[in-house]
Design a protein around this ligand. Structure first.
Ligand code: 5AD
Ligand code: SF4
Length: 481
């Protein structure tokens, strides 16, 4: 146990983010003592499960831990391991429980080691109960709403012997200006909103991430300015449903207007966004994309199902023909745009006819790629209580047929740019062949071409000589900038 009285002689600030900076200072002091005790620097590892939102949250966790003075490592054999969890499908939970057993074996060999769990899975009461009962070796558990409190909670976990658990049901608070450790110097996610109000009947997100809250546009624009000054060339605007951005703000603003303002920033080369719900995708948004070349030619438009009957049961608020009309509208305004999607197979009550409707959309839209998911019964969602849960073997058969077509079409469509010269933002040296670098076109296609690490973070004109299924082998064809 460490005596905290010395460090506690200043009043604790009540407002954020000052309060968290205070606790970062306090945690640094405690860490110094622990480092002396250990006789070596203490390390941390943050493992991310799930979506881009979690990936961005993990960058925030890393920023705070680095500010405290922990040393970052990629290995879970660290002195502090944080799992930032996902719960959108059951197998995400199973994976975490399995890996906790492994962490426990590491902890038995390192008495300095602390284990923390956060993210969506922690917002489920049954999970927290199970951890309290059977995973006593976990030191700290927190949720999605109080992630900004990492420093404060860590001080408790570092000084108390008991497992520290703090989960909030909801929050209206958005804490700005905490440290962030970006994975890539040249590109970054930017949260524009948190939570979701859509309550698709299969989805647990609204329960674990809470109601929609938009960030103030000024805060977002300032963050983008700061990122650009810091060398960022591409931002990805993040929200569960970016199309409803701005609702509930005092000065209402649409997502299209926000996108227009961000794209007009000097020094920023590319803007992406994720995810768009088809039900409220506006003509204004399509117009803004069409007239602004900095906005990436990629639309991720989750379909989920092609059957009107299932779309209704899923509470999606569009029909197959609404969706196809929307695709038509996007393609006529922005020809050659890359379309990707999410599809669920085996939603309760799905018949062969329903499934064929989904296949029909896949044939008509011809996606460049798609995430296909087997329906997972999430306790607490309305669909979990629906009758007609589908037999596993039937689902597997449909899933395989869908995946096969998605891949065939994806291969054919990806090849459509062969022979063209396009700009690639270079991300890294190729892992398998160090004479190549790897980057992405604005439509998100992957390209490999001859080059070295000096090209990382630069935009390079590349001839797309050969399509190899889902990626291109290209050749530099102009100066990098
Ligand atoms: N089962 C299977 N897939 C799901 N998704 C969300 N909830 C479930 C579920 N219960 C998928 C949806 C969503 C993506 C992020 O995850 O396709 O768009
Ligand atoms: Fe889940 Fe639907 Fe919200 Fe997406 S829009 S997070 S699928 S409830």
């Amino acid at each position: 146990m460490i005596n905290m009285t010395e460090e506690m002689n200043h009043p604790v600030p009540e407002t954020e983010p000052a309060r968290q900076f205070y606790f970062m200072g306090l945690a640094s002091e405690i860490l110094k003592k622990k480092t002396e005790e250990a006789g070596r620097p203490l390390t941390f590892c943050v493992e991310t499960f799930g979506c881009q939102m979690n990936a961005r949250d993990s960058e925030k966790l890393r920023g705070i831990l680095e500010r405290i003075g922990f040393i970052k490592t990629e290995s879970e054999d660290a002195d502090l391991v944080i799992y930032n969890t996902c719960t959108v499908r059951e197998n995400a939970n199973t994976k975490v429980y399995g890996r906790l057993g492994y962490l426990n074996s590491l902890k038995k060999k390192n008495h300095h080691m602390m284990i923390a769990l956060c993210g969506c899975m922690m917002q489920e009461p049954e999970v927290v109960e199970r951890l309290k009962k059977s995973y006593r070796f976990v030191n700290l558990v927190f949720g999605t709403h109080n992630i900004f409190k990492l420093a404060e909670l860590l001080v408790r976990a570092m000084t108390e012997d008991e497992m520290v658990v703090e989960i909030w049901d909801r929050t209206d608070q958005i804490v700005e200006d905490l440290p962030v450790d970006r994975k890539y110097p040249f590109k970054s996610g930017v949260n524009i909103m948190y939570g979701c109000n859509n309550f698709c009947t299969y989805c647990i997100v609204p329960y674990v991430r809470g109601r929609e809250k938009s960030r103030e546009p000024e805060d977002i624009l300032c963050e983008v300015d700061r990122l650009v000054k810091d060398g960022v060339r591409e931002v990805m605007l993040l929200g569960q449903n970016v199309n409803s951005y701005g609702k509930g703000l005092e000065n209402q603003i649409s997502f299209a207007e926000l996108l227009r303002r961000i794209a007009s920033k000097d020094g920023l080369d590319r803007v992406r966004f994720m995810t768009s719900h088809p039900k409220d995708l506006s003509d204004e948004l399509i117009h803004v994309i069409a007239e602004n070349p900095k906005i990436c030619r990629h639309f991720h438009l989750p379909l989920q199902s092609g059957s009107d009957r299932l779309l209704k049961k899923m509470n999606r608020h569009y029909t197959k023909s609404d969706y196809l009309r929307l695709v038509e509208k996007i393609r006529s305004a922005v020809p050659d745009i890359s379309l990707t999607t999410d599809i669920i197979v085996g939603f309760p009550g799905e018949t062969e006819e329903d499934f064929l409707e989904t296949m029909d959309v896949v044939e008509k839209v011809r996606y460049d790629s798609a995430f296909t998911f087997i329906y997972s019964r999430r306790t607490g969602t309305p669909a979990a209580k629906m009758e007609d849960q589908i037999d596993e073997a039937v689902i597997k058969n449909r899933f395989d047929r869908l995946l096969k077509r998605i891949q065939e079409i994806g291969r054919e469509e990806t090849a459509r740019f062969t022979g063209q010269c396009r700009e690639v933002l270079v991300e890294n040296v190729n892992e398998h062949d160090p004479s190549l670098v790897t980057g992405r076109l604005d439509n998100n296609f992957v390209v490999h071409f001859k080059g070295d690490s000096s090209l990382i973070g630069r935009i390079v004109p590349v001839s797309l000589d050969e399509c190899k299924g889902f990626y291109y082998i290209g050749r530099q064809n102009g100066d990098a900038y």
